[in-house]
Design a protein around this ligand. Structure first.
Ligand code: AGP
Length: 368
């Protein structure tokens, strides 16, 4: 076949390891390295200045990329973003303002609910922009503007490299929106683009946590439930971590915003519960640390994914601390996605499931 597993046991492993390269390709398509500016490959048929609200619509992992995109666009563009899963968006008859923008995110470009949502948005008279991996797909063909992810063919049912490439495109959109709306200066843009240019190297460094994660997976595989926590852009990553683990290892997992812990899920915590905390040393780090203390006080087993500074400052006993590279930018989700994916992958391998073709699932969901 055209695509093989090279020396990997599963497509998923190969696709996780390809990420520094394909995210780098995607970066090169959206950024002008020489001037350190965003350079979208197509001219947008609208001006971000005229957009009052963006709707982002997708399913599954693509919707979690969209969730991160919402945080970035709101932060850099000061532009309100609504995020919906396509199966809800298409039937709730969301009121859309003519001339606003809807963004559809899909690896395959064939997901039935996302396609139906796109058709609804077009009929409502909003601009439609799709972030798709398959350039010849139906969603790409029917969208007003297409921004392609250059992940290459993704074979594993669990989406990995498509996700991080989607994040790269959404980061470019967010910075472009900030620039167009006068919220970011040229200097801000240069600083943010420098941060994006660092990402492939940081993702490669994140891959070196694999031996440690392989060991951790043997521990996780003994459990029936796992909780994932994160704040800010690490919150959608907590949702993604839980989805990935469920999908391929069949271990039940829940992702929560760390601040929601005391509104219910804390009742689940006892000395048997592994709690994966995704917490780069960012603006909300201290808040996440206090949530970790609440988990520790109830005997929960904390698996902390952070950077060197976070590891030094987290005043909590963790079972395992996975130390990711220090990074100055707001683009941590692309780097933290790596250990999150590796943990799901290695746990599934320990469980002996069919990693690339998990039960009950299809690579692209073309039926409702
Ligand atoms: C991800 O691991 C899942 N297999 C699934 O959630 C997937 O992301 C979703 O079905 C969306 O697919 P698409 O990106 O092809 O539209």
């Amino acid at each position: 076949s055209l695509v093989d597993k090279a020396n990997y046991r599963h497509f998923m492993a190969k696709e996780i390891h390809e990420q520094p390269e394909v995210v780098g390709h995607t970066l090169a398509r959206y950024v002008d390295m020489a001037t350190e500016r965003i350079a979208l490959p197509v001219k947008l048929p609208f001006d971000f200045k005229d957009i009052q609200r963006i709707s982002i619509v997708a399913c599954g992992t693509a919707s979690y990329a969209g969730y991160v995109g919402k945080y970035w666009i709101e932060r850099f563009g000061r532009l309100p973003v609504e995020l919906d899963v396509a199966s809800e968006f298409r039937y709730r008859e969301a009121p859309l303002r003519k001339g606003d923008l809807a963004i559809f995110i899909s690896q395959s470009g064939e997901t039935a609910d996302t396609l139906a949502a796109l058709r609804y948005a077009k009929a409502e008279g909003v601009h439609t922009l799709s972030v798709v991996n398959v350039a010849t797909s139906t969603i790409a063909r029917e969208s007003e503007t297409v921004l392609q992810t250059l992940a290459g063919p993704e074979i594993g049912v669990a989406s990995t490299k498509a996700f991080t490439c989607q994040l790269m495109v959404l980061a470019a959109i967010a910075v472009a929106a900030g620039k167009a709306r006068g919220e970011l200066s040229d200097a801000d843009e240069n600083r943010l683009v420098k941060g994006l240019v660092e990402i492939p190297r940081l993702m490669a460094a994140a891959l070196s946590t694999e031996p440690q994660i392989e060991k951790l997976a043997r521990e996780i595989a003994k459990h029936k439930d796992v909780v994932y926590l994160g704040r800010g852009t690490s919150y959608p990553l907590a949702l993604e971590g839980a989805l990935k683990l469920k999908e391929i290892s069949y271990i039940h997992a829940e992702g929560y915003a760390a601040g929601e812990l005391k509104h219910g899920p804390i009742a689940l915590i006892d000395e048997n519960m592994p709690v994966v905390v995704i917490a780069p040393h960012d603006k909300v780090f201290e808040k996440t640390v206090s949530n970790m203390q609440e988990v520790a006080a109830r005997g929960g087993n904390i698996i902390l994914m952070t950077d060197a500074r976070g590891a030094a400052e987290a005043t909590v006993d963790s079972l395992v601390t996975i130390v990711l590279p220090d990074m100055a930018s707001a683009f941590t989700p692309m780097v933290y996605a790596v250990p999150v994916q590796l943990l799901a992958y290695h746990t599934a391998v320990v469980m002996g499931t069919d990693v690339d073709q998990p039960r009950n699932l299809a690579k692209s969901v073309t039926v409702e």
